[in-house]
Design a protein around this ligand. Structure first.
Ligand code: SF4
Ligand code: SF4
Length: 358
């Protein structure tokens, strides 16, 4: 085929970010001399060219309605030359080249009900998964947990009082997105799924569901003369992976779907390897609309971290230094049988080998 006859590819995926970048950022890309943190929620970058640019960060609720978005963009048009960007944790950032506009912009954001902060050694905005709004398998509403907790942690977002930054996450199921943070609040199912045998044959592709179970606890069965499935409850680890391909295997329930709190997850960086989270509280009530039990545990961990960690220690560094027995002692969390990973298949999973899973 001649070159001119070939169809040009349809690009999908991320657009080039440079086209949306503030011109001063674009001009000085890779040419920064130093940066400072003049106050919580504001960063100052100084370039070798002598250009200066202030970044103002404000928290948002992530799932933004059109009115809030309009308000935020109006503020951007007025103070930040019409440029905005969103961070991974759904904060909005404005770039300002005129120092005189920084304080009026902060005032405009606060007058409109937004909070400025989340930089450096603060508790950044909690990130969360989609919950009821977009997904078909959540066991709780992650954004509700975030709202309830951030209402109580708002001062830690606005100030920089922590030994180092703290990233908190929430996830609304046990198997898919989210989860990696200094503190993670995740759904924990505690009972095997209940099967509605009347629906399985019409709704589920049984081999897919059988293949989906990580511990081979599901097998085909005939129930009341209809093709269905059965679960070996002794093997089942209550992960919930069978529920998405087969909704009649209902695992969510208001009593037995709980929350679990994990700590110490951290991505690798220039100095250290990645660290995995460890479970510190299991069976915490999934108690909307304010989740008081889970919030109390998170606040307790943060209080002890704030008081006990040295400057620059992340939560995992602090625990590594004091040890797990001391962590449970200072936080007052009970150490129970659920904290021991005694699952016999664990050594073959947990990314410890080049193990292929289907
Ligand atoms: S964590 Fe699970 S339930 Fe929540 S959005 Fe992700 S896949 Fe859906
Ligand atoms: S909940 Fe998980 S372990 Fe239990 S049967 Fe379903 S997929 Fe298997």
């Amino acid at each position: 085929m001649a070159l001119e006859d070939m169809r040009s590819p349809i690009e999908s995926g991320c657009p080039d970010g440079f086209q949306y970048m503030h011109p001063t950022m674009r001009k000085n890309f890779g040419q920064w001399k130093y940066h400072e943190h003049p106050r919580p929620g504001v960063l100052l970058h100084v370039a070798h060219s002598g250009d200066q640019i202030w970044t103002v960060k404000a928290g948002t609720q992530r799932i933004l309605d059109v009115y809030s978005l309009r308000k935020l963009t109006e503020i951007g048009d007025k103070f930040a030359d019409g440029y905005i960007r969103f961070t991974l944790r759904s904060n909005i950032e404005y770039m300002v080249t005129d120092e005189a506009k920084v304080e009026p912009m902060i005032k405009a954001l606060e007058d409109a009900g937004f909070i400025v902060g989340g930089t450096a050694n603060s508790v950044a905005m909690m990130s969360h998964t989609q919950g009821w709004l977009h997904c078909d398998i959540p066991g709780t509403d992650a954004s509700g947990v975030v709202k309830a907790m951030m209402d109580e942690l708002i001062d830690e977002f606005k100030q920089c009082n922590m030994p180092n930054r703290v990233h908190i996450t929430t996830s609304c199921c046990q198997i898919n997105c989210g989860g990696q943070g200094d503190i993670a609040i995740n759904v924990q199912h505690t009972k095997p799924p209940k099967i509605n045998h009347d629906l399985v044959a019409n709704v589920c592709e049984r081999p897919t569901v059988v293949a989906r179970c990580p511990v081979a606890a599901i097998r085909p069965a005939m129930v009341n003369g209809k093709p269905s499935l059965e679960v070996d409850e002794k093997k089942c680890i209550c992960c919930g992976a069978c529920f998405p391909p087969c909704p009649p295997m209902q695992i969510n329930d208001p009593e037995n779907s709980k929350l679990a709190i994990w700590v110490g997850g951290n991505h690798s960086n220039a100095r250290s390897k990645p660290t995995f989270q460890k479970l510190v509280a299991a069976g915490v009530p999934n108690n909307p609309p304010r989740w008081p039990e889970a919030t109390a545990i998170v606040k307790r961990i943060l209080k002890e971290y704030k008081e006990g960690a040295k400057d620059w220690e992340r939560i995992n560094d602090w625990i590594d230094r004091i040890g797990w027995p001391r962590f449970f002692e200072v936080t007052g969390l009970p150490f129970t049988k659920y904290h021991i990973d005694n699952w016999r298949g664990a050594r073959n999973s947990l990314n410890a080998s080049t193990h292929i899973r289907f």
